[in-house]
Design a protein around this ligand. Structure first.
Ligand SMILES: C[S@@+](CC[C@H](N)C(=O)[O-])C[C@H]1O[C@@H](n2cnc3c(N)ncnc32)[C@H](O)[C@@H]1O
Length: 247
């Protein structure tokens, strides 16, 4: 959640993410589906954290999963309701504080928990996920790792131009466990003029192997940290956590 209590991904940026940035959810979906094969066979409940506009949700429901799609952004949940209508429920849910229902799987792509303000909030969210997992359940999510600070920040803003929006993103960092993306957003109005908006997303970087191993391990889960959910090539500095509660 944004420090200002105004959720990240207001309606304009939510729509832009859906229109132009679905590649990560599409790339990670096959690996996530493979990890969830046994959950689908037993018709288990998949809780998706940070579902955004429902890009992964739709892959999951099309494959026959029962999905509770959740996100901190009401604008994202509105999009997910329209794009992935077969989810059993679409719910605004903000970690670490909102209660998680019992689940057979908890999944997340697009480093949703990295949008939290502190490492302690990431840890509290992982504990909440672990405690919500039923026996035999699996947790699979990606997180931004501290090694991301070794990746040189783009020295210049980068931009995208579409028919009715444009986006400029600048990367800034306040230190080794922080990465912010400053989004300047232009949305074309009916009269052809552009409305300008701004969103800054502050991400906390954690030592994913150390944090996930310690926190999820102490909750009784068997934890593995890798670079991908399946065969996809992820951006450098993104780590994938899979953790299983023995059945
Ligand atoms: C980069 S987007 C990824 C969205 C989607 N999973 C995808 O791949 O298209 C990160 C998502 O995490 C959500 N998010 C940020 N902080 C959150 C929190 N504290 N709890 C739940 N969701 C959060 C945002 O609203 C956003 O939709």
């Amino acid at each position: 959640m944004a420090p200002s209590d105004r959720p990240y991904y207001q309606p304009s940026l939510a729509r832009i993410h859906h229109d132009g940035f679905g590649f990560h959810a599409d790339a990670t979906a096959p690996g996530i589906l493979q990890l969830l094969a046994a959950v689908r066979v037993r018709a288990g409940l998949v809780v998706e954290i940070g579902c955004g506009s429902g890009l992964l949700t739709k892959h999951l429901t099309d494959a026959g999963h029962r999905v509770l799609a959740t996100d901190a952004s009401p604008a994202m949940i509105d999009l997910a309701r329209a794009y992935a209508p077969d989810a059993v429920e679409h719910r605004v849910l903000v970690l670490p504080d909102d209660p998680l229902p019992e689940a057979d799987a908890i999944v997340s792509t697009g480093h949703a928990l990295s949008y939290l303000a502190t490492k302690e909030q990431v840890e509290a969210s992982l504990v909440a996920c672990a405690r919500a997992l039923r026996p035999g359940g699996i947790l699979a999510l990606d997180l931004e790792d501290v090694s991301l600070v070794d990746v040189p920040l783009r020295p210049h803003p980068i931009g995208w131009l579409a028919d009715d929006w444009a986006l400029v993103v600048e990367h800034v960092s306040d230190g080794p466990s922080h990465l912010a993306r400053e989004h300047t957003i232009f949305v074309r109005e009916a009269d052809g003029r552009y409305r300008r908006e701004f969103e800054r997303h502050d991400n906390v970087l954690v030592d994913v192997s150390a944090v996930a191993g310690r926190v999820l391990g102490s909750e009784g889960l068997v934890v593995e940290v890798s670079d991908s959910f399946g065969d996809e090539a992820n951006m450098t500095g993104l780590k994938v956590v899979t953790a299983v509660r023995a059945g």
